[in-house]
Design a protein around this ligand. Structure first.
Ligand code: NOJ
Length: 450
């Protein structure tokens, strides 16, 4: 009997059409960094530099999904998970980022797609989950306006080769995170810093999101097309006007900046004045090319943030009060465990008129797991998932739009700047042997989905 937790949750409460899935990303799982003609990505380069990643971890092998995808697909089936989200590594199928394509890379993704379909698992593809071809970064990466064309050509290649069998697509993953961390703070690949790099990348990524989606729509008329945003419930540290204003600016930055132009509302420049600098990069017709009517919006929510005003922080005048300082329970990422954040975020995004359908495309938790007699009793992760599902139910009962839930992640994997220290999987990976062990959270999810 796999019931490891007492929970009153029942899958049927969410309705028959509610989508259940699990999410991954190419760079975090595949490894095989230079196999069969693959080009380098900005993350291959970034992780090869000393001091960028905790313990200098790299993803040369990662979870070896490139070679062991069949084992993992069998595990997805064993866990009764009907939908699998994965991303295409752009440099695996286009080593220099532009034509010609690398047939071995195409063949690899075709094998995954075919194997998923044979196993009765629906494939959900993310086009861009942060691993830009390094050859394009040399030309400026997302700060170069040409990136919009590079990306839409890449989207056309994916649609051409995979669109006959894959109907669910996500264009770009968490634009605010990879532009903020990669082009402003320099703590993610490609390690660029500064406001002008950030704003250029922001505008080009937003244009590329709309253009990539249009390419998919034209090439695959019956596709279900979405894109995913990170989102966080924001609260002011106190009820002082300054903190309230600071919280509003952080909310604008983290939750509104990328989605509003896509919904046809333009950039929220009024509530975050630094965004006015975007006007330096916006060309004449751009404002007509920022929006797209997506079939669904993927929201990825893990926590809440508490914000206080701070004159020391440029552009935003605000800082986050860490979970540590607030003395609240947190995960290995230092993120507060606060399930109501998911409900608040759903309520907030439901206020936008232009969203057809909301799917939670990521939610999950990193905790330090220990293997005891070949078993992982990750009770905190199980509770984390259950408590977040309860918030979804609450939202549904109030009639809010939310039609799916994907756990991050299938297996423990390479967690960007945190390396392998932050384990998010339903399945434990021993990175020395690549042995997989289903954690109790995975067994609970399996039981829940059966
Ligand atoms: C967001 C990202 O999409 C994913 O790549 C990352 O591993 C998880 N959140 C956890 O941080």
């Amino acid at each position: 009997m796999n019931k490891v937790e007492n929970s009153f949750l029942n899958k049927n409460q969410f309705g028959e059409d509610f989508l259940w899935g699990v999410s991954t990303a190419a760079f975090q799982i595949e490894g095989a960094h230079d196999a069969d003609g693959k080009g380098s990505s900005i993350w291959d380069v970034f992780t090869s530099q000393k001091g960028k990643i905790k313990n200098d971890h790299h993803a040369i092998t990662a979870c070896d999904f490139y070679n062991s995808y069949q084992t993992d697909i069998d595990l997805i089936r064993e866990l009764n998970i009907p939908n699998f989200r994965f991303s295409i590594s752009w440099p695996r199928i286009m080593p220099t980022g532009v034509h010609p394509v690398n047939q071995a890379g195409i063949d690899y993704y075709n094998k995954i797609i075919d194997s998923l379909l044979e196993s009765g698992i629906e494939p959900w593809i993310t086009l861009y989950h942060w691993d830009l071809p390094h050859a394009l970064e040399i030309k400026g990466g997302w700060t170069n306006r040409e990136s919009v064309t590079w990306f839409s050509d890449y989207a056309a290649v994916c649609a051409h080769y995979f669109g006959d069998r894959v109907k669910n697509w996500m264009v770009i993953n968490e634009p605010s995170v990879f532009t903020g961390a990669g082009y402003f703070l320099g703590i993610h690949a490609p390690g660029k810093k500064g406001i002008s790099n950030y704003l250029k990348a922001m505008h080009h990524v937003t244009l590329a999101t709309a253009k990539g989606a249009k390419v998919l729509r034209n090439a695959i008329p019956d596709a279900n097309i979405g894109t995913t945003f990170s989102c966080t419930h924001i609260e002011p540290a106190t009820q002082n006007a300054k903190d309230i204003e600071a919280a509003k600016r952080v909310d604008t930055l983290l939750n509104r900046t990328f989605i509003e132009p896509i919904l046809g509302l333009g950039y929220p420049q009024k509530d975050l004045p630094v965004l006015k600098k975007l006007n330096n990069y916006i060309l004449e017709d751009d404002l007509n090319n920022l929006d797209f009517h997506f079939d669904f919006i993927g929201l990825q929510c893990y926590t809440r943030e508490v914000v206080k005003s701070s004159l020391l922080i440029p552009y935003i005048g605000a800082e986050l009060v860490s979970a540590d300082k607030r003395n609240v329970i947190s995960t290995e990422m230092g993120w507060e465990v606060y399930p109501p954040a998911l409900y608040h975020v759903l309520k907030k995004f439901n206020e936008y008129k232009g969203i057809k359908k909301i799917i939670i495309t990521e939610n999950g938790a990193a905790f330090a797991d220990t293997v005891t007699n070949g078993k992982i009793f990750d009770i905190k992760r199980t509770h984390y998932i259950q408590d977040h599902l309860e918030q979804i139910l609450k939202a549904k009962e109030e009639g809010l739009n939310v039609e799916g839930y994907f756990v991050w992640s299938l297996t423990d994997n390479f967690e960007w700047a945190e390396g392998y220290n932050a384990r998010f999987g339903l399945i434990h990976v021993d990175f020395n042997t690549q042995k997989r062990t289903i954690k109790n959270s995975g067994l609970w999810f399996k039981d829940f989905l059966s």
